[in-house]
Every structure is written in C-alpha cells, then in structure tokens.
Ligand binder design. Structure first.
Ligand code: SF4
Ligand code: SF4
Length: 305
C-alpha cells in the first residue's frame, strides 16, 4: 500500500492569500483583532468553513440542543475528499455569504465558535511524514486584504495566540479524528472507494455524537462489543469521552484495527441475521422492480387501446 505524506488544513475563507512561511509554535507573528477595529465582522461576511466534530459538540451545547439539531440548523453538507467522505460546513445566512451566526455586535456564538474561527488569521497544516505514524503541526499566516489586524502593533508567538483563542481544547478533542482523516487520505488508491456504509458510520461517529451515543449504548452494540460499565457511563455523560470512543470505533470500522474487544462468537451469531437482511432487501427490490414492470405494461396497454 502506498504510504504518501498527507496533510490536513483548517479551512479558511475561499482563495485566502497565505504568507508562504512555515511557522512553529514559538515563532512570532504580528496580529491583533478587537471590537473597535474598522474591519470588524468583515472576516465573517464571506465564509467557507469546514467543521470538526468538536465544533458541532460546542455549537449544540451553546444552544442546548442535540447534535442532530445543530447539524440541521447550522451546517451544510460537504465532502472532505474526492472519494466523497462526508463533511459539514458552517451554514451561511440565506441568500448571503455571511455566517449564520453573524450579528451586528459580532459572533453570536463567540464562546463556542468553531476551531477555524479561533485559528483565523492563522492556518494550520498537519503533515504525516512518509512511513511515520507521527503527525507534525505547522502554521502559516493568512493575510486577507480586508483584515486590518495585521497592521496592529502587537506581536505574539503562535503558542500564545493558540492559548488566547482557546484553540487547545478543540485540537485536543479533534486530534484523533484528524488522524483518521489523514490516514484515510494517505491510504492511497489501493484501498479503493470506501463503501456507503463506511461513510454513514464516519458521519454518525464524527458529527452526530448524540446519535452515536445511543448506538454505542444500545443492546445491539453490546451484543457485539465488550465495553466496561465505567466506559458506558463515561460515554453517556461526557462528550469528550464519547467522541474519543467514537474515534476508536471508527478505527475499527474503517481500518480493521481491533480497538474495541469483540465478544466471542459475535460475528458468527450476527451472520445469519445479516444474510437474512440482505435477502429481505433483495426481495423488496425485486418486488419494487416487478411493480415498476407492471406499471409499465399497464401504461403500454392503455396507450394501445
Ligand atoms: S461562527 Fe462566529 S466567528 Fe465564526 S464565522 Fe461565524 S460569526 Fe464569525
Ligand atoms: S481584524 Fe481581521 S479577524 Fe479581526 S474583525 Fe477584522 S477582518 Fe476579522
């Protein structure tokens, strides 16, 4: 299997002019954003922001709604890669390129704004080196003409900026997910196009955390996987633990890594049910086809009369 270096970018608004200098945590850059600045809100008026799993969790918490409701209200569907791996983007206001959360006073969800909004005006690239399991993060400055923050007389290190913007908890929660995306991309064409089922599982585990929680705590799940009772309570009560478990599950579902112990004989027990479902699906499809054929012949007969 080809093991290509891979990268994952925190998405920025379209056609962002990147300063081509790679920066590391202790490098300094000049930038300051504040409410009194003349360009206030300009950066949120034309967005194209890819969301991470923790962004959805925080957005849902902010409004006291489920992940599913947050997805339906505040995101649009997108794709992470050419294979059609599902992704979510931050929704825009109807008929506009502005962010759905933008208000005249600024960001309407500032305390829970997504990772990409916190990073701005920085970009981040995660590179997995060839034949290495370690992922290296580096940064670059994004300088858009409308953003006057670059002219402010304020310098800080990347590390200080990350801390000030509250980026660390987001990166912490998203890191394992990002590694999966990188791994999926770097697997190369030999793996082929992932199945629809793997897309659905990826979507559920990555974004619909409440849906994944119900799935992971269901009797069906427990009949296949062994999960300790303490872990079940963590999954139930702690979003970060639930996301970490969702990523563990994805490693197993997507790459066949044995991250969650499977109960002895579970595969064999489930095989007859799986076969039965396949047979039922095939029978339903055949019945649908027969109905379509009947309708076709009926319409031909009517035309011939
Ligand atoms: S979530 Fe807030 S900071 Fe991010 S683009 Fe929307 S309004 Fe701007
Ligand atoms: S300084 Fe840049 S980041 Fe801050 S409000 Fe202006 S355009 Fe947005």
């Amino acid at each position: 299997m080809a093991d290509q270096p891979s990268e994952f970018r925190i998405e920025m608004p379209p056609a962002t002019p990147v300063v081509p200098v790679q920066l590391w945590l202790d490098d300094k850059f000049r930038f300051r954003c504040h409410k009194g600045i003349a360009c206030f809100n300009k950066c949120c008026e034309n967005i194209d922001i890819l969301l991470t799993p923790w962004d959805i969790v925080r957005m849902a918490r902010h409004f006291g709604i489920t992940a599913r409701e947050a997805i339906d209200r505040y995101t649009t569907d997108a794709q992470i890669d050419a294979h059609g791996m599902p992704a979510l983007k931050l929704a825009r206001k109807e008929g506009s390129t502005a962010c759905t959360h933008l208000t005249p006073e600024g960001c309407g969800i500032y305390a829970d704004r997504p990772a990409a909004c916190r990073y701005y005006a920085l970009g981040s690239v995660a590179m997995r080196k060839k034949e290495s399991s370690e992922v290296e993060d580096s940064y670059f400055v994004v300088k858009e003409a409308h953003c006057l923050g670059h002219d402010e007389p304020h310098e800080q290190t990347i590390r200080e900026y990350r801390r000030e913007q509250g980026i660390e908890p987001y990166d912490e929660a998203n890191r394992a997910w990002r590694d999966i995306v990188l791994k999926k991309r770097s697997s190369g064409p030999t793996v082929g196009k992932p199945s629809q089922r793997s897309f659905e599982l990826f979507y559920l585990a990555s974004y619909d955390l409440d849906g994944f929680r119900s799935f992971a705590l269901s009797e069906k799940f427990a009949s296949v996987f062994e999960i300790a009772p303490e872990l079940c309570s963590q999954i139930e009560s702690d979003d970060a633990a639930c996301l970490a478990f969702a990523i563990r599950f994805l490693r197993q579902a997507l790459f066949g890594e044995m991250t969650i112990p499977v109960r002895g004989g579970a595969a064999e027990r489930r095989l007859p049910a799986y076969r039965e479902r396949l047979l039922r699906d095939a029978q339903e499809k055949a019945a649908q086809l027969a109905d379509q054929q009947d309708a076709l012949y009926d319409s031909l007969k009517e035309q011939g009369q």
